[in-house]
Structures are given as structure tokens and as C-alpha cells.
Ligand binder design. Structure first.
Ligand SMILES: [Cu+2]
Length: 221
């Protein structure tokens, strides 16, 4: 499906062209796209069209219903990361509830990813250090993550009301060499801003294949 997105300034509605945006992790615009259940997450880099402020991308929705899209970008004028939010309309206008699966351990393609935090209870406004540990099928630490868009993982956390999103990266060196490998430990900082269910996706690359590892946690007030 070909989708066109217009990015404009909140202040005066003027179109935002690629020349006004900073390149971050190999792209000027990162689209973080979620269906309503939060089970389908896609990370897409749109292409600027000839019309200023318009960006197009081709994608395949796996679920029915409206999709929410966050355009993650940094305007050169402010040098501040912003999430511009919009919805992609659907033929079927039903609403689908968020599937609040709590999960901190996920196995995909023979690798097991475990998410832990430095605090036992996660609270709104309290800064946390998260850690993802990766083990191979024999339980040994896995150190074969390949660089993907200038880092070893892209972590996206979205609140159950689809109102807030965080796009974070593991601590450590940015822009690893193409031959460098990451893992078994990915550490990151997070301060939850909402009570309730928080869905995580960790995007990594192993053996040339991109993987999205889902997690779900509960944030207390
Ligand atoms: Cu990222």
C-alpha cells in the first residue's frame, strides 16, 4: 500500500522539507507505525516527494483498522527530537483493543531475549535502567548483533493509549563499524511517562535479517 504523509509545522502549518531536518541514524524521518492492538509495529523511512512536506512510503499493514504513525525527526532549527503524530485511515473503521500481553522473555530464531530493570516496580516519572540480555539456544551469551542504522538496537516503547512513544538506543558507542558485533547486553535509560501497559519493540539485525522482539510491561502510578 502506498501512503503519502504530509509533515508540516505546528506553528504556521508550513511544509517541512528534508532540508530542514537533521539526519539521525541514517535517515531524516523515521516512521514508527503501530496498529491499535500494538501487535503490528513497523519502522519505515519514507521518501520525500517532489511536493514540499510530502513523504511517501510503501508498506503492508498486517492488521485491520486505523494505524497510528509517529514521525520521529529533529528539525535543524531547534535541534530537538520531536514525534509528529498522525493516523493512517483504514477501510474498516472498527476499534481493536490493545492486547496487553505482559512479557519480558522472548525467543526468536534460536535466540532468547530477556528484559530486566534496575527497579522491581516501574513508576511514572522515575528514571530506570533497562537491560536486554541475549542468549543462544545453548544459553550462552550471544555477541553476534550486527549494526543497524548506526547502532546495535532500536528500542521503541509505546503507551497503551497510543499517546506517547519513546525511541531509544542502547548506551555505548554510536556508529559501529559494519564489521563490529554487539551483544549480549543492551542497556538503556527510560523514564515512563504514563501509567498502564507499555509495549516495547527491540529492533536488531542477526545474520543480515532484521528482527522485532516484542515485550510488554506494566507501569504503576
Ligand atoms: Cu532507532
Amino acid at each position: 500500500m502506498l501512503t503519502t504523509l504530509t509533515i508540516s509545522s505546528k506553528k504556521d502549518g508550513s511544509p517541512i522539507s528534508p532540508a530542514e531536518l537533521k539526519e539521525v541514524h541514517t535517515a531524516k524521518v523515521h516512521l514508527l507505525i503501530f496498529d491499535q492492538t500494538l501487535n503490528d509495529y513497523q519502522h519505515i523511512h519514507p521518501t520525500p516527494s517532489s511536493k514540499s512536506g510530502q513523504y511517501t512510503f510503501t508498506w503492508t499493514p498486517k492488521k485491520d483498522g486505523v494505524y497510528r504513525v509517529w514521525a520521529d525527526l529533529i528539525p535543524l532549527a531547534t535541534n530537538n527530537q520531536e514525534y509528529v503524530v498522525g493516523d493512517i485511515p483504514a477501510k474498516v473503521n472498527n476499534t481493536f483493543p490493545v492486547e496487553k500481553t505482559i512479557s519480558v522473555k522472548e525467543t526468536k530464531d534460536d535466540l532468547t531475549y530477556t528484559l530486566t530493570f534496575d527497579k522491581s516496580s516501574l513508576k511514572v516519572g522515575e528514571s530506570l535502567t533497562g537491560e536486554i540480555n541475549i542468549a543462544d539456544k545453548d544459553g550462552k551469551p550471544f555477541q553476534g548483533l550486527e549494526p543497524i542504522m548506526g547502532t546495535f538496537a532500536h528500542i521503541v516503547a509505546v503507551s497503551e493509549d497510543l499517546q506517547t512513544i519513546e525511541h531509544i538506543h542502547p548506551l555505548g558507542a554510536e556508529n559501529p563499524k559494519p564489521t563490529e558485533k554487539g551483544g549480549p547486553k543492551l542497556q538503556f535509560h527510560l523514564t515512563p511517562s504514563k501509567t498502564g501497559y507499555l509495549k516495547f519493540y527491540v529492533q536488531v539485525q542477526v545474520n543480515g535479517k532484521q528482527l522485532f522482539i516484542p515485550f510488554g510491561i506494566q507501569v504503576n502510578s
